[in-house]
Design a protein around this ligand. Sequence first.
Ligand code: SF4
Ligand code: SF4
Length: 226
Amino acid sequence: MIVAERKGFEEIAASLSGFRKVLVVGCGTCVAVCLTGGEKEAGLLAAQLDMAAQLAGRDQVFEVACVERQCDREFLDELAARAPEFDALLSLACGAGIQFLAERYDEIPVLAGVDTTFIGVNDNVGVWEERCRSCQSCLLSTTGGICPVALCPKGMLNGPCGGTADGQCETDPERACAWTLIYERLSRTGRLENLARLVPLRDNARASLPGRRTHPAYQRRYSAHA
Ligand code: SF4
Ligand code: SF4
């Protein structure tokens, strides 16, 4: 899932200055799971903005909407009747969703209410941890299902740096070195020979921006863009 964090209230309120009628748009998928931008969080933020505006004597109105996924046109269409009534849309989706909302409602200012942080997992109740940097050359088959790109602060691809000590990371002694974890997992699964495989330098050509992928079954249909 994509993990995001809500921007500070002051920053959000400042970005809305000058807009009288604002629709706070939540997203029902990743940002809802990480308790940042779902329907409930959109409602709470709208109430907080409303109260702050009233206390400051500002004439502002905040309403709430939530779609299943802001990164999907089909769901953005649900706002078609409502969105034009507003001076601005405040999106609580990830960066991709915010951009898609802005693209769909091109005539209306769209503002970001969250900072997108990483692709991660739900490690515990209320705790998320980064697990993938979408490097486009996945190494997990070789590294025992543990990602050195995301879990090693130096992104070491071929074994640990010289700073690992007693299995811990030199940048944070509270954390296991990613390469210790990789070694232990490969050892447990009888695949230590993987450590002898040299991971080649990253092919940066594959990571050219912006990424675009067409499913093979649709390549003829979109041949102009495939
Ligand atoms: S190697 Fe790591 S960063 Fe790259 S795709 Fe796999 S999990 Fe993601
Ligand atoms: S100690 Fe391990 S996890 Fe930490 S930076 Fe070095 S190789 Fe990466």
